[in-house]
Design a protein around this ligand. Structure first.
Ligand SMILES: C[S@@+](CC[C@H](N)C(=O)[O-])C[C@H]1O[C@@H](n2cnc3c(N)ncnc32)[C@H](O)[C@@H]1O
Length: 250
């Protein structure tokens, strides 16, 4: 069964969970294969920023936010918007092609942001308390839960005390025929599935319940948790206290 799955998905490793890690170790660019493929085939993926970005930018201004990190910045729709709004913006993504497209877009608009290739399940390449806010829109769910929890610990580390976060992740169901059903999801752990077909074939998707998302971000005070107009679960919050967390280096 596993062999059949891997033949279908293009990931030719015997153990499903292990294979995700092995893939990262062996891939010279340490890149999710399918996202790089998606960007190479489709170019700019999203052009309009998240529907709540105007409200968020206003909140960031009110809270004195200056420097923002965009985790999984993709082709740059939020880098461009936030840079245009006068914030100092950093971003990273696993896809070199997405980064190149984001840089092109910024250059065309005469805007600046510091972007690099990086995997979110690796130690972030920034010192402690570098950012006033972190956003990650439709990204952090693309991993197994242990890796997601590591990513969250890195968000805590690089955020300043009382720094703001805005996270958006997809919601599974409850539409009668969800697009996910067509993707032939294969469950690899509680709440984590890998589609066997469709554009995101081979990429893990963890589906957070509301409670689980709050628990995963329990180092944050939740200001809002809601499902947005694009059917993604959003969490807006700020980092509690001022204790510095230094997770084990990877
Ligand atoms: C749905 S796209 C969202 C892109 C962007 N946040 C936006 O809203 O336009 C998901 C993004 O996550 C990136 N990604 C997936 N896995 C990643 C990983 N392990 N580390 C860093 N980025 C990753 C993909 O390359 C892709 O750009």
């Amino acid at each position: 069964m596993y062999e059949a799955f891997y033949e279908n998905s293009g990931l030719l490793f015997p153990s499903m969970v292990e294979s995700i890690h092995i893939y990262h170790e062996q891939n010279p660019h340490k890149t999710m294969p399918s996202w790089e493929k998606i960007f190479r085939e489709h170019g700019y993926f999203f052009l309009n920023p998240h529907p709540d970005i105007t409200r968020l930018a206003e909140l960031f201004k009110t809270h004195g936010v200056k420097r923002i990190l965009d985790i999984g910045c993709g082709t740059g729709r939020h880098l461009v918007y936030l840079s245009r709004m006068g914030f100092q913006v950093d971003g990273f993504d696993s896809s070199p092609h997405a980064i190149a497209l984001a840089q092109k877009w910024l250059d065309e608009e005469g805007l600046t942001a510091t972007i690099r290739e990086h995997l979110m399940e690796r130690s972030f390449p920034y010192p402690d308390m570098s950012f006033d806010a972190v956003i990650s829109i439709q990204v952090i769910h693309h991993n197994l839960i242990n890796d997601i929890l590591f990513t969250i610990s890195e968000i805590v580390r690089v955020l300043k005390p009382r720094g703001l976060i805005f996270i958006a992740v997809p919601v599974l169901g409850p539409k009668p025929v969800s697009p996910e059903e067509d993707w032939q999801f294969f469950q690899v752990e509680d709440g984590t599935y890998i589609p066997q077909s469709g554009p995101e074939s081979g990429i893990p998707h963890h589906y957070f319940t509301e409670d689980e998302l709050c628990e995963a971000f329990n180092r944050f005070e939740t200001l809002e948790i809601y499902v947005d107009s694009t059917d993604h679960r959003c969490l807006l919050g700020f980092k509690r206290g001022n204790k510095i967390v230094t997770p084990n280096q990877r």
